[in-house]
Design a protein around this ligand. Sequence first.
Ligand code: SAM
Length: 295
Amino acid sequence: MPLIYSVKVDYSMIIENLAEFASKKFGQNFLKSDVYLHKIIQAMPNDELKVVEIGPGLGDLTKELVKLRNVTAFEVDKRLCEHLNTQFEKPIIDGNFQLRCGDVLEHWDRNSLIDEPYHLVANLPYYIATRIILKAFKDELCQSILVMVQKEVAIKFSALPKEKEFSALSVLASSIGKAKLCFEVGPEAFVPPPNVTSAVLLIEKTKSMNDEKFEAFLKIAFAQPRKKLSKNLVTSFPKDIIEQTFTKLDLDTNLRPHEATTLIYHHIYNELKDYLDGQQQSKRKKLSKSRAKNS
Ligand code: SAM
């Protein structure tokens, strides 16, 4: 059902004053370039699956998506929800477009975004872009992720081993599929222009992964990216166990975090994950002891 608000807003005025209308809090930089909108559409996987869009904004990308697919969109800004409900009245009535008003992350914590396989396509709000992508990695219904993000974020997800940008995010992305930076987009393509260069990132998933412990392990491994990997690991695991693991896996102790492959990270993790369990248990014990003491 479209939402009905009592106060009607003249959106032609808003579009004239878009820079003023845009909310920084919600990361609003509207993509106002037909060239890039069409490049995003061309980069979409070639099948019939439904599309989920996060942050449709004024609906420029949505308009193109609705021509091709059934779309469900999540928008947090009530002013934009009102506009979208009017602009997309026909596809809403026809059942080709569903608009959910509210914070997508809150919705995702309670339910899946939709209840069938889908592709995520979005010009993401940059302040939560990484969190959204990591959520999509865990969502089994999400088959691929095609998103505009800050260029640095796109590089971190798509870097390859030995490249200096290879990071915990690259390991996670290559653990669930294949990531590629499709193309860069300059600030001038947006209103208002962001302070950074953007890029469109495509991650084609072959599986999902919901392993918080592996993420915690990677945080330790990449804590100081320019240090040796073994040095990062000894901050959280016994030194002799790290030495044994490196010997067992025939790894150079001088290896830097960006030089190990995704497979190596999974092997090291398999050797160390029991210690991570132990650590988490002792952290929990310490916490409950200090809580008992303070109560
Ligand atoms: N898709 C539009 C475009 O390309 O012009 C707008 C993109 S703008 C970068 C990000 C959009 O995400 C805004 O419409 C903003 O209101 C919305 N947004 C921000 N935080 C959100 C959240 N937590 N849940 C849903 N939408 C959100």
